[in-house]
Each structure stands twice: as C-alpha cells, then as structure tokens.
Design a protein around this ligand. Sequence first.
Ligand code: PMP
Length: 411
Amino acid sequence: MLDVRKVREQFPILHQEVNGAPLVYLDNAATSQKPLQVTEALEDYYRRYNSNVHRGVHTLSNVATDAYEGARDKVQSFINAGKREEIVFTRGTTTAINTVAASFGRANVQEGDEIVLTPMEHHSNLIPWQQLAKATGAVLKYIPLQPDGTVSVESARSTISERTKIVTMVHVSNVFGTMNPVKEVAQIAHENGAVMVVDGAQSTPHKKVDVQDLNCDFFAFSAHKMCGPTGIGVLYGKKRLLEDMEPFEFGGEMIDEVGLYDATWKEVPYKFEGGTPIIAGAIGLNAAIDFLNEIGLDDIKTHEQQLAKYAMDELASYDDIEVYGPPADERAGIVTFNIHDVHPHDTATVLDTKGVAIRAGHHCARPLMNWLDVAATARASFYLYNTEEDVDAFVDALVTTKEYFGDVYAE
Ligand code: PMP
C-alpha cells in the first residue's frame, strides 16, 4: 500500500499555505508536481555534467550522452516497447501526435479515406487530424459515445470500415477519467488495415502501460503529468512504421549526409530528433520513472481510484452538484462536475481562496462540452500525494461555494 506521508516528503511544494490555507493541489491532470528525486536529477545534470550530446569527444559530453540514451532505455522498459529505437523524444504529447499526423498521415492518407476518432478527444488529438483531413480530403468519422460518456467496442466496430486508415483515441479521458478499450479497438483497426494511435497523456502517469500488449502502432505521452519536467514527451512508434516515415523537423542532429542541394537522414529514432535534444528533460523523465516504479503504478492507480470514489460518494449527497462520466470504479482519479447555477470559474475561484487548486473551463475538449451541453465544467484530479484530508478540504470548500452563491442568488 502506498505510504502517502512518505510520498509527500518528496514534494516540498505541497507544504505551503496558499491564501492562508494549506495548499490542496487537485489540478494534476493539467500538470503534476515534481518530487525532489526529479529536481535533484535536473540540478545534478546542470551542476555536474551539462554538455551537448552525441557529437562530443570530451568526457562531459559522453556522460550526458549516456544519461540521455539511458533515459531512452528507461522509457522503453517503462512502456514495454520491443525496441529502444521505437522511443522518440518529443516536446510532449502534442508534438508526438502532430508528428504522426503530419508525417505518417500525409504519406498514407488520401482523399476519401477515413480517420476515426471520438468526440472526447483533447484538442491535441483532434486538431492535427482535422488539419490532415483538410489537407488530404479525408473524412473524419466519430465513434458515438454511450450515454455515460464511455466508448463501446461495438460502436467502434460499426464506425471503423475498410476505408479507415487511422483510428485514434484517448487512453484515459482528461475530462471523465474514463479508461477506453484501446486494445480491443486496435484489433478492429488492424482487421481493417488501419493503424491505431493512442493519446496516453492521462494514462501513462497513473497505470501500467504495455504498448506491445495494447498492440497500438503509435502511443504518445508527456513527462510533466507524471512527475517529470515540462518540455519533454515521448512518441512510441512501431519501428517499421517509423522507418518508413519522413522526419517532421529538419536541421542538425537528424542528418546523415548533407550536400548543397540534398541531404539524407539518420536512422530512427534520431531522424525525428532534429536540433539539440531535450537533454535535461530526458534526465528528469528518467528520474520520474524511477520514482513512480519505486512506489509502484498499481498502488498509485488504486490510491487515486479510492480518492475519486471517496470524493464522488461525498458529492453524491448534494443534489445540486452534478458529476459527469462513469462510476468511480470505471475511471481514473478525475472528477468533473458542476454546481447548479454556479459558473465553474466562480467555483474554482472560491476554492482557490481556501487553498484548493482545481481546474475550470473546457479542458481543451470543446466537442465533449458540446456533447454534455455545458459551456464548461470544474475538475478535480488526484495523484499519488493526495489524501482523504485533501478531499475533505475540497468538499468543505464546495459547500462554502454553494452557500455563498445560494445567498447571492437569494438576494
Ligand atoms: N491529451 C490529453 C488527454 C491531455 O490531457 C493533454 C494535456 N492536458 C494532452 C493531450 C496534451 O499534452 P501536452 O500539452 O503535454 O502536449
């Protein structure tokens, strides 16, 4: 079982007051906090062996190269990729998906082909496909959601056809916390000759991911949501697919031969890592993976689900609070809700005065807000360092919010 008290010792940022109250950080789906293990690894790199990688003959450069490439090995085993060349470092999930849409998409999608996705996609896994469809004349097709906001394998099956070239889906929704059946959908995609692209931004930080078991073709995630630094993420791609793709960015580091009028590329993954790579980011990500592995992703997942269930049970006693999405045992630690007649921005603002940090808005998922028929929602998202006391403070602050706005409307 997860020892939250011990975990919290790794996060000095949590031990502060915000607006006169102890900080309760429930905006983890936006970005997580970073443990000392990660900030110290970053500091160690900058203090002891900061250097550019791959080209150096000198000692510091070799140490930095080993650390950077060691991070690739760590990521490979973390998501159980078959080969280290299948791990491409990117700026984050967004860049990883854009790379697939631009590079694989432009080469393989033609007019009349279909790209299948869901209405619950984050804009990062929606707009790149819209742009690809516009550029190629392909058609976007949406798998309809079930009334509780989940994706059924049967609806996926009836949406995907032999015209489908790409199927893409968020692994865990950043709004509902729903865990989508990506493994089953990947199989349907393959039966129809399509590739499966998975947005793993919200799954990788919270549960064990095995890309070979999912049998997806591409998988994207960001370090900053899993205790790592901002500015680095990963594109996993099956080697034969990456090999056939053109680079997305051109410049130093990614070339083999260069003449005045032409150039050739390095092998994968390096042809996708143009320019000085995200060295510190990779070192920080490596430390974050060590941190999560030492605690254990199964325990992390159980802990967050318990907190989400506790929060949902508490919220269920208020008729004027609506929670969106499936029951707690079918979701990750994300609770999206609205208080009737209170704008979620007002809810988040009042909570902030009590030291409780949550998110309000459309969560970069406008089509899903339309599906819910709301302009915006409030969202509390949990991580390994949150406690039941955090949930109590959150619920107390919500009650204050309700009372405050109840009085305002009564006047
Ligand atoms: N997909 C999902 C489901 C997300 O929650 C996010 C981040 N909010 C992204 C993609 C984009 O991640 P990033 O901004 O790190 O590129």
